[in-house]
Design a protein around this ligand. Structure first.
Ligand SMILES: Nc1nc2c(ncn2[C@@H]2O[C@H](COP(=O)(O)OP(=O)(O)OP(=O)(O)O)[C@@H](O)[C@H]2O)c(=O)[nH]1
Ligand SMILES: [Mg+2]
Ligand SMILES: [Zn+2]
Length: 317
């Protein structure tokens, strides 16, 4: 027997990480506190919530993450890895809906290969606005739930969807601060007991109550197996520049409901911004594409073009 046997490596999932201290759930169902000690640290990579990792026991009661396993994807905002589904949350009122934030999050999810679901919250505050948001995103081909955590509206329906669709998956809530992400997670799974906060009366925006991304294993709060739900801190403004490889001529592909028109635009290199003979624009005029979505498209395209004017899909190759 060699004197120093290699330390046993245990597979685990990172639930949260604050100040270099990580909480992981091992495949044996144990929750451990860890530091990061692996060689990956030299290459500037650090574990993210959602990462699948290998951990070793250090003898001192402390454990160490020694390896990060392959990632399906990694979001910079909210910072999380291996997200299968993104629940993009938008309030009918308080704060008033910012379509650009929703559409940027939808673009990020399309880019990283996560499936998006739109959750409209606070329907009790403005029913008409809630329906308006629902119409826009249903028309765009997304799954939409209209909910009120306060009145319980839509909560059972969403819970059934969660049970059916996120088995074995990691889903994260994302959206502006104060839209009610933590409140809705509590309405779905009361045992989570997440902290929620007020919306500032003065600026009518949230106060950043949730401070860090945290994954909750659903089998700890309900009869559920192998699924994780992540609560994340809300944003003020969401910047797509956090996707550092996104180039402007990729932006059209991030709007799935536009794609069927691309081949019939008059010009082969149509940007779908304002060209004559653009079929995307004529679908907007006919009401087949929501005008709010096209407005966001123009903003996002121009923002990325201003940021990286010389980079295109060709130069990225
Ligand atoms: N009227 C009404 N208020 C709600 C509803 N859901 C949440 N709120 C209120 O909205 C405020 C913000 O809720 P949170 O759940 O903390 O929002 P959050 O999205 O988690 O915010 P951050 O953690 O800052 O990102 C709280 O005062 C909630 O009581 C709802 O369905 N109806
Ligand atoms: Mg919160
Ligand atoms: Zn076009």
């Amino acid at each position: 027997m060699p004197e120093q046997t290699e330390k046993k490596k245990i597979k685990a999932k990172v639930l949260s990480g604050v100040g270099g201290l990580y909480r992981v759930l091992t495949e044996n169902g144990e929750t451990l506190e860890c530091r990061a000690r692996g060689s990956f640290r030299h290459s500037g990579i650090s574990p993210y919530p959602g990462d699948n990792v290998l951990v070793t026991e250090e003898g001192t009661g402390m454990c160490a993450i020694c390896e990060i396993l392959d990632r399906k994807n990694i979001f910079e905002r909210p910072p999380a890895a291996n997200i299968d589904k993104l629940f993009i949350t938008v309030a009918a009122a308080s704060p008033s809906p910012a379509y650009i934030t929703v559409d940027k999050l939808l673009c990020a999810a399309e880019y990283y290969g996560a499936e998006s679901v739109i959750l409209v919250t606070k329907s009790d505050l403005d029913r008409e606005k809630a329906r308006e948001i629902e119409d826009i995103y249903l028309k765009s081909g997304y799954t939409v739930f209209v909910t009120s955590s306060l009145k319980g509206e839509g909560v059972e329906e969403l819970k059934r969807f969660v049970y059916d669709e996120i088995r074995g998956c990691t889903a994260a809530f994302a959206g502006e601060s104060g839209v009610g992400k933590s409140s809705l997670m509590n309405a779905l799974f009361p045992d989570l007991k997440l902290q929620t906060g007020e919306v500032s009366r003065k600026i009518a925006r949230g106060r950043h109550t949730t401070r860090a991304v945290t994954l909750y294993p659903l089998d700890s709060v309900s009869a559920f197996t192998g699924a994780f739900l992540a609560d994340t801190p809300g944003f003020g403004i969401f910047e797509l520049s956090s996707i550092d490889k996104l180039v402007y001529d990729e932006v059209p592909e991030l709007f799935p409901e536009f794609s069927r028109y691309f081949n019939t635009c008059k010009y082969r290199k149509c940007t779908h911004l304002r060209e004559e003979g653009c079929e995307v624009l004529s679908a907007v005029a006919k009401g087949d594409i929501a005008v709010e979505r096209h407005d966001s498209y123009v903003k996002i395209y121009e923002e990325i073009k201003a940021l990286r004017p010389w980079q295109t899909k060709k130069t990225q190759k």
